[in-house]
Design a binder for this molecule. Structure first.
Ligand SMILES: Nc1ncnc2c1ncn2[C@@H]1O[C@H](COP(=O)(O)OP(=O)(O)OP(=O)(O)O)[C@@H](O)[C@H]1O
Length: 379
């Protein structure tokens, strides 16, 4: 079912933790709420689940307002950080925990859910007889069993070691999709959010500051804070001309889709609204991208001071003499690609993503240029 969280406010004593958080998740979508530690992600999830009351705003699941209902009447399934299975119950009995005893179809539903998470045939095992990743999938099967309207996952991969995390992520995503579940995943791991979710909601200081498809958040962050939090970026002082952005790496082409905004985003306290994907889409359709009132593309930006955010894949390493000069400090080889750290003559350090067969070695002199349109944010 669709989840609509509107302008939710919550304080603990004098501390205002949620300051008008709004989030919409379409039916069947997996949305990641991504934000730094302490920004209020878990509080938001607990409010949706009903474990915490709210001071203002609304939470709707489908068309139903659930803000006043106890957790058990909300139709919400929860996958906690650690699987938290009942150790004395078999896998099947754990999965069936939320299903009425003796109900017809109970056994069938348990089997169906184990199959959804790829653990058909594991029902008779005890939790200690399966791996950490499998335990997390049993927790998901348990959450899905009562057919909840929304599934909430609170940093569910934290307890797993890195090598296991990627495969369990894939399995959890596949199971949610097979179940057709509407789900919210809370995480501070941007790679996890970008790779797993249909939509990403970036949270900062108690508000969702931008919602959209992972690719659009990465390509068109609304401010410098989002740009640097979602994905790697080198930030340089820059000046915006009519058709160019000038920085120490030369005259670059600004993005012209209206995505460029201010460097401080909502820090001025005016930014309750989120930069939704629809909003960006609307800006895309304009001739000059000035729909959000930013300096980008509105012709008023001659000489405007600000910052440019450059992605690692935008740097091109060339022969010395081409572009800005620099010295290769480090080459990290990942097989499919590589990361090359270069100190420019100005002292600026950049990290370039290049093809795996990178010819450079530490100590080499190179030239650095930038390709593609760049993100500019006015001061
Ligand atoms: N029950 C509570 N009483 C008082 N303060 C609380 C309570 N729950 C949360 N907080 C405070 O609210 C703020 C947000 O906490 P929350 O757990 O929602 O953040 P988070 O984004 O999930 O962080 P993390 O990623 O570290 O879990 C923190 O400063 C926290 O100390």
């Amino acid at each position: 079912m669709k989840l609509t969280v509107t302008d939710v406010r919550k304080s603990f004593g004098a501390t205002e933790v949620l300051r008008g958080a709004s989030l919409t998740v379409r039916e069947g979508d997996l949305a990641a709420v991504l934000g730094p530690s302490g920004c209020g992600k878990t509080t938001l999830l607990r409010i949706v689940a009903g474990f915490e009351g709210l001071d203002g705003g609304s939470v709707r699941i489908g068309e139903r307002e659930v803000a006043g209902l106890p957790p058990e009447r909300r139709g919400v399934g929860i996958v906690p950080q650690e699987a938290a299975l009942f150790p004395h119950l078999s896998v099947a009995r754990n999965v069936g925990f939320g299903l009425p005893r003796g109900s017809s179809g109970r056994t069938g539903r348990i089997e169906e859910c184990l199959e959804l998470v790829g653990l058909a045939g594991y029902g008779d095992r005890m939790p200690h007889q399966i791996s950490g990743g499998q335990q997390q999938r049993v927790a998901l099967a348990r959450a899905l069993a009562p057919r909840p309207g929304v599934v909430l996952l609170d940093e569910p991969f934290n307890a797993l070691d890195r090598s296991l995390r990627v495969s369990v992520r894939d399995e959890v995503r596949a199971a949610l999709k097979r179940a057709g579940a509407t789900a919210v995943l809370v995480t501070h791991d941007q790679e996890e959010a970008l790779s797993m979710a249909d939509t990403v909601a970036v949270m900062r200081e108690g508000r969702i500051v931008q919602e959209g498809a992972p690719s659009s958040i990465y390509a068109a962050p609304r401010d410098l804070g989002v740009a640097t939090f979602v994905g790697e970026a080198v930030v340089l002082t820059a000046s915006r001309g009519r058709d160019t952005v000038t920085c120490e790496l030369g005259d670059l082409l600004p993005r012209r889709d209206g995505a460029t905004g201010t460097a401080n985003g909502t820090a001025d306290g005016t930014g309750n609204g989120t930069a939704s994907e629809t909003g960006n889409g609307a800006a895309n359709g304009t001739a000059d991208g000035a729909a959000n009132g930013s300096v980008a593309g509105n012709g008023a930006g001659n000489g405007t001071a600000g910052s440019v955010a450059l992605r690692p894949e935008q740097f091109v390493l060339r022969a010395p003499g081409e572009g800005a000069g620099g010295l290769v400090e480090r080459v990290e080889f990942f097989g499919h690609d590589a990361a090359v750290t270069v100190t420019l003559e100005s002292g600026t350090v950049i990290r370039a993503r290049t093809r795996g067969d990178v010819p450079h070695r530490p100590g080499d002199r190179v030239g650095v240029t930038v390709e593609g349109p760049v993100l500019f944010f006015a001061d």
